[in-house]
Each structure stands twice: as C-alpha cells, then as structure tokens.
Design a protein around this ligand. Structure first.
Ligand SMILES: NC(=O)c1ccc[n+]([C@@H]2O[C@H](COP(=O)([O-])OP(=O)(O)OC[C@H]3O[C@@H](n4cnc5c(N)ncnc54)[C@H](O)[C@@H]3O)[C@@H](O)[C@H]2O)c1
Ligand SMILES: O=c1ccn([C@@H]2O[C@H](COP(=O)(O)OP(=O)(O)O[C@H]3O[C@H](CO)[C@@H](O)[C@H](O)[C@H]3O)[C@@H](O)[C@H]2O)c(=O)[nH]1
Length: 467
C-alpha cells in the first residue's frame, strides 16, 4: 500500500520504517531539511534500539522528502507531527493544522486518501481536521470527500520497534466502515504476524498479535489520554508510597513487588524513582486537564499525579542536602540525562530541574550519559555544566554521584574503582538500580528512593524490577 507519513520524528520515523519493513511503500515528509538530508544519507536523526538494523532493510520501500508534492497517490496519510504544550497547558495544534492545510492544497481531487491522525490530540480534533481539510478542498473547487480517522500511537521510546511490531492493541477510530477496512489492511502484517521477525527483535514467546479495537474517532482520542494519564498516575502512586516507606524504614521495592503479585494490579509501572519525565506524560496530562476545565470538569487524580511528580523531582536535592551537608562548592556528578534508558530524548527529563536546583545551591555539576549528551547540550546550551567523557571522568573529584537514568552500563560499572576516584562517597540512586549492600561494601554512603538505608539481607536481589 502507498502510505505517506507527515513528520519524521520519534513516532513518524519508527512507524515509517516499520511499515516499509513490512512491505508498504512509504513516503516520509518532514519540514526540517536537516532531518531529511540525514535520512537520505542513511543516518537516523534519533537513537532508537533496532533502527540500525531496520532502516537499511526498509530502505528500498521508503523515500524521504520535505515536499508535499508527491502525496496524491497515497491511500493513507498518517500525521505524526508534534503537539507540544501551550503556556496554558492546552495542546498546540499549530504543526498539525499546518500539515493538514498543506495536505489539502496538495490533493488533486481524484481518489482521495484517508487522513489518519497518529499525533496525540485533544478529543474532537479528528472532527476539526475533517472540517479544515474539506473546507480547503471546497475553496479550491474540489469535492469535499476526505475521511479523517484517529489512530493513536502507544509506542514507548527505547522499545519503539518492539511496540510497533508486537503491540498489545491497535486502536482505530473511524466513522466509516471503508476507513476501518483500509486501516485493517494497513496493519494486516502486524495483526496476523505474517512477517519475518528481525533477529534483534524476535517475536516474543506466546505472542499472537495485537487486539484490533475499532471505535469512533472521539473515543480513540480519549483512549490515548486516559492511557497515558493512568500510567503516569501509577508511577506517581508508587512514588507517593515510596516517601512513606522511607519514613517508616520500609522498602518500596519489596512493597511494589508484593503489590504486583495481584494480577489486578500487575507488576509493571511500579518502579519508584525520581519521577516520570519525557515528552508525553506531562504534556498529555496538562492537555487533558485543560480539556476537562473547558467543560467545567476536573480530574483530581490526574492533577494529583502531576503534583506528586513535582514533589518527587525535589527528592534528590533534599537527599543531597542531608548527606553532603554543605552543598556550595561541592562537585556533583549526574549519571544519566535521557528521561529513560534506551533513548537519547531529553525532553522534560528529570535531570534539568535537578541540575538547575543544584547550580542554584552553589554546586559544580558534571554530567555523563552514554547516548544523550549531544541532545542534552543542544536542548539546554546555556546550562553551565561540564560534560564528562566517560564514567571515570565523571567520578573523578566528585563529592557525590546521582544516578537519574537506569542505563545497563551504570549497573555494570566498576563501582569500587569509581569510588576511589571520588573526593567524598555519597551515592544517590534515583532509580533504585543498584544493590544497596553492594554499594555500601564498595565504600559508598548509599541512598535509594523509598528504601531504608540498610536494606535487609535477601531483599533487593529477590525483588525483580517492575518495568
Ligand atoms: N515520542 C513518543 O514516544 C510518542 C509516542 C506516542 C505518541 N506520540 C505523539 O506523536 C506526536 C509526535 O511526537 P514525536 O515525539 O514523534 O515528535 P517529534 O518532535 O520527534 O517529531 C515531529 C516531527 O514533525 C515535523 N513536523 C512538524 N510540523 C510539520 C509539518 N507541518 N510538515 C512536516 N513535518 C512537520 C518536525 O520537523 C519533527 O521532525 C506527538 O503528538 C506525540 O505526543 C509520541
Ligand atoms: O515504573 C516506572 C515506569 C516508568 N517510569 C518513568 O516514566 C517515564 C515514562 O516512561 P515510559 O512510559 O516507559 O516512556 P515513554 O516513551 O514516555 O512512553 C509513554 O508515553 C508515550 C507517548 O505518549 C506512550 O505512547 C507510551 O505508551 C507511554 O508508556 C520515564 O521517565 C520513566 O523513567 C518510572 O519512573 N517508573
């Protein structure tokens, strides 16, 4: 099937590469010439696990362009442009409206494609896009016959290709049976799992394909917001209890493990830490709160998830204060800048707020991330921090190390050697990644999140991570 995707960012690019890998003919349109020229040279502008394998394999079925000129022959146009937060919390639909207007001006009037919205957008947007595109067509003297569907995206950065090839569900919000059939055809290889799995992304054992759920566009749009709000709330819930556990000298890792044994609760998204970040949870929670307010309604659970998260982000500074005592003049090493492991994305990463606070308190800051240093520097060019070349360079001369992203490389580091390079021995584990007893044996004063300082024998090792 001939498919056009507008926006070659995290969602558009992974979706485009996946669909091309599955045999569709994909045109990726992005207004940023640097993104397109990088892709034309075979280089991905973003880091995503599996991209190095899938992009070359998809290459013969995919083309990249900054122009909307060639979109006319497509049967489906997927929109995957950004929908960032406005000052008031509402989703900014400027990029989306620009894309839709350009699409409407590029269609010739024969055999219209279906426009499918993959960007996360407030309820009612599909209907608004429908009016916008068909008004432009009418203004051009063409018949207003374009259908618009909602097909929200649920991929996670760092495992985007897993989520694209082996999703739990595909949600299609479409009013007309013909649009539902078209999107079912688009996703047929995934629904039926009739493709050769790439060796680096093997089909999970027992996985038999996603549930295809068809509904109307409004419900589909709300499914996306409700899902993200629920996940953010789940993490905030465990973080809220982490604070109480710490006061009571209990251990949140064991508590979360015990909770997750109940299949109604499940063991995922119960990992306490420095709070959630990224380009989606905060933005989408603010947007749905704004929508509710417009209708004279409130969402106290969603509001609470944000408040708990804001409080959580201050946790590290108070741990630094209580362990280091004198912060001004101290050197603090930040381990991890990406908002989660497996990605180079630093949008709304917990690292920024913490670094700003520590700088304000008079600390000297060094940072290291195995993947996200360039992105971080590009996003926050004015932050006066020193970029370390590796973990040893980071630890060298530090009074405290603060782990913010649970990279595998950090787990497997030579901790006694790193300790020997430091001036003082404070270690704040903002993701409960490391074994407290091992860290203390390695010479550190260890502080995790929601865990008693001296964790009992057999506890940390026994409880698996909740991700
Ligand atoms: N990042 C994720 O993990 C994720 C997951 C699910 C849903 N989403 C949603 O998907 C949407 C896209 O997110 P993203 O992270 O991929 O964004 P992104 O910023 O990484 O990419 C958006 C791309 O769209 C391009 N663009 C903007 N306006 C354009 C236009 N008019 N024409 C052509 N190109 C244009 C930009 O240049 C950019 O490359 C958002 O609504 C987001 O909430 C994101
Ligand atoms: O137990 C957990 C799980 C996650 N997090 C944090 O929560 C944030 C978000 O993590 P995750 O959801 O894995 O990453 P995203 O790539 O932001 O994906 C979310 O946002 C996307 C954009 O809307 C959706 O498509 C995905 O389904 C949804 O999981 C990160 O800062 C994580 O560190 C925790 O602190 N504890």
């Amino acid at each position: 099937m001939q498919v056009t995707i507008i926006g070659a960012g995290y969602v558009g690019l992974t979706t485009g590469v996946t669909l091309a890998y599955l045999g569709h003919k994909v045109t990726l349109v992005d207004k940023n010439p640097a993104v397109i020229s990088s892709l034309e040279q075979g280089k991905s502008p973003i880091y995503e696990y599996g991209m190095d394998v899938l992009l070359p394999k998809a290459r013969r079925n995919i083309s990249f362009t900054t122009s909307y000129a060639g979109i006319d022959g497509s049967r489906v146009i997927l929109i995957a442009v950004g929908t960032p937060s406005k000052e008031n919390g509402d989703a900014d639909l400027g990029f989306l409206e620009d894309a839709v207007t350009q699409i409407a001006h590029s269609l010739s009037g024969t055999g219209y494609p279906v426009i499918v919205n993959k960007s996360t957008v407030p309820p009612g947007t599909a209907s608004r896009v429908n009016t916008l595109v068909n008004n432009v067509l009418s203004g051009r003297g063409l018949s207003p016959g374009v259908n618009v569907a909602s097909n929200p995206e649920f991929l996670r950065e760092g495992s985007a290709f897993w989520d694209a090839l082996y999703p739990d569900r595909i949600v299609v919000g479409a009013a007309e049976p013909s649009t539902r059939e078209l999107l079912t055809e688009l996703y047929q290889p995934i629904i039926e799992q009739n493709f050769t799995a790439p060796p680096s992304l093997p089909r999970p054992e027992g996985y038999n394909g996603p549930v295809l759920f068809t509904t109307n566009p409004l419900n589909a749009e709300l499914i996306k917001y409700a899902s993200n709000a629920f996940l953010a709330m789940k993490v905030s819930f465990v973080n809220e209890f982490a604070g109480l556990a710490e006061l009571l000298n209990a251990d949140i890792v064991e508590i979360a493990y015990g909770m997750g044994l109940d299949s109604r609760i499940g063991n995922k998204f119960l990992q306490a830490g420095v709070g959630w970040g990224g380009s989606c949870f905060g933005k989408d929670a603010r947007a749905i709160l704004y929508t509710a307010k417009k209708y004279g309604y409130s969402l106290p659970l969603v509001q609470g998830a944000i408040e708990v998260n804001n409080r959580q982000k201050k946790l590290v500074t108070s741990k630094i204060r209580s362990t280091l005592k004198t912060v001004p003049g101290s050197t603090i090493g930040i381990m991890g800048l990406a908002f989660k492991p497996g990605t180079d994305d630093c949008r709304e990463t917990p690292a920024t707020g913490l670094i700003a606070e520590l700088l304000n308190m008079g600390a000297f800051i060094k940072v290291y991330d195995p993947m996200a240093m360039d992105n971080f520097q590009r996003l926050y060019p004015d932050l006066p921090v020193e970029y370390a070349t590796d973990l040893a360079d980071l630890a060298d001369g530090c009074d405290a190390l603060v782990l913010l992203t649970e990279w595998e490389q950090f787990k497997n580091a030579d901790w006694p050697a790193l300790r020997s390079l430091m001036k003082k021995n404070i270690f704040i584990d903002g993701r409960n990644l490391l074994d407290p007893r091992f860290m203390e044996q390695s010479g550190f004063v260890y502080r995790g999140v929601g865990r008693h300082v001296h964790v009992r024998e057999n506890t940390a090792a026994a409880a698996p991570k909740g991700q």
